[in-house]
Structure formats: structure tokens, C-alpha cells
Design a protein around this ligand. Sequence first.
Ligand code: ADP
Length: 234
Amino acid sequence: MIRTRGLRMSYGAQEVLSGVDLEVHPGEVVCLLGPNGAGKTTTIEILEGFRLPSAGEVRVLGEDPAAAGEAWRARVGVVLQSWRDHARWTPRQLLTQLGGYFQPWSTPERPRPYAVDELIETVGLTEHADKKIVRLSGGQRRRLDVAVGIIGRPELLFLDEPTAGFDPQARRDFHELVHRLSDLEGTSILLTTHDLAEAEKLADRILILTNGRIVASGSAEELTRQVAGTAEVR
Ligand code: ADP
């Protein structure tokens, strides 16, 4: 689903990514974990085709994201870190409008878009579906962001800090949704977080990004074992 080789990115003189090699396989939930400023958003924005890398090879669903067309975009879902638009619309209006864009790419195996009512229920917004977006709370607004990201029933979903601002219940609901997308729809997911506990709950595989490179890759258990092997207690 995703493959990068030697991915580099500099902002002026500051090199943020200095040779990132990563892969995401079909059906995997992969978590990009790292401290603030590590370059997680930069990486994910390059993979989404929103940012041009300074160097390196990038393939997402077999294509170069910066040059890919609408058929490619229809297969990809994106939940940005923050997004503000259409404040005077209601969730139902926004999802109906955006969902319409995916219709030309509907196939029997992957009917697009999701039925709006079903999606609203899935993300837990049924009671708020006809309120103006500007009146939603931060957490409700974030649920809408997730709905916007998955309305086209994506094969590959990018989630950038998806649970920032969620209360514990919203977080649990969201984790359940990610498992459902991955298990029932076979969606491949790349998400970023700086929350180790969240990565452990969600990810089949965790990639740790620091100092511009992927320094470790494995399941939570494998990574724990690597660290445990070198611990020293005095
Ligand atoms: P993360 O998502 O891991 O917190 P980011 O990719 O947002 O990291 O940022 C990585 C580094 O790149 C930070 O030091 C940030 O200040 C810098 N950066 C991000 N976007 C830009 C930009 N548009 N221009 C200049 N510097 C940027």
C-alpha cells in the first residue's frame, strides 16, 4: 500500500526527514510514533500528496502521490490534524455533499460513498447530525473529521493525531471504529500519535520516528522485548 525509500525533507536549512524507509502492507494498521516535531505530519502529508519531498522515492497504491489523479484520490481517506470549513453547514449536509464526489468510483466490492445515516451512526453523531457544525464540541467536531475521512470507503486511510481532544469514551469509541474498519472493511491504516498506549491498542506494527529516521519497527510486544533486553536496574 505504501513504500518509501530514502525519503528526505528539509524546510530551508533544517532537515526534518533524513532517509525514511517505510512500508505498509494491505490490511495493516501501522502507527507512526514519535515526539512532537519528529516529522510525523511531514511524512504523512508527503504520502497524501500534499507536500513535495526534497528527495527519495515514494509509492502509495503504486503511484507517486504528488502526481496521482482523482481515481487514486478516491481510494485514499485523509483525516488531517485540523481542518475548519463549512461551519454553517450541518454534518448531514457536509457528508452528503462530499460523499457525492466518490460515486463515480463506486464498485460492487466497494460501494462508494457510505450511506450517510449509517456513517453518522458509526461515528456516534446521530444526535448532532442536523446541528450547525460551528455548534459542535471539539470532540464531536473530531468525529465529523473522521467521518469526512472515511465517507469514500477508502482502501488506505491516513489519520494524523486522530484522538487529540477526545475524552476517554470518545477515545474508546474511536479505537473500536479503527478495529472495525480494519477487520470488516480490510482498510489499511497509517496513523500518527505521540501516545504510546494508543499505539499499543491500535497498531499491528509501530514505527518509531526520531531524528529524521525510523529507528525501530515491530509490534508493541516486540519493541518492549527489545527495550527490556537492554534495561539495567541498580
Ligand atoms: P510532528 O508531526 O512529528 O510533530 P512535523 O512534521 O509537524 O512533526 O514537524 C517537524 C519539524 O518540521 C518541526 O520542527 C516543525 O517546526 C518543522 N516544520 C513543519 N512544517 C513546516 C513548514 N511548513 N515550514 C517550516 N518548518 C516546518
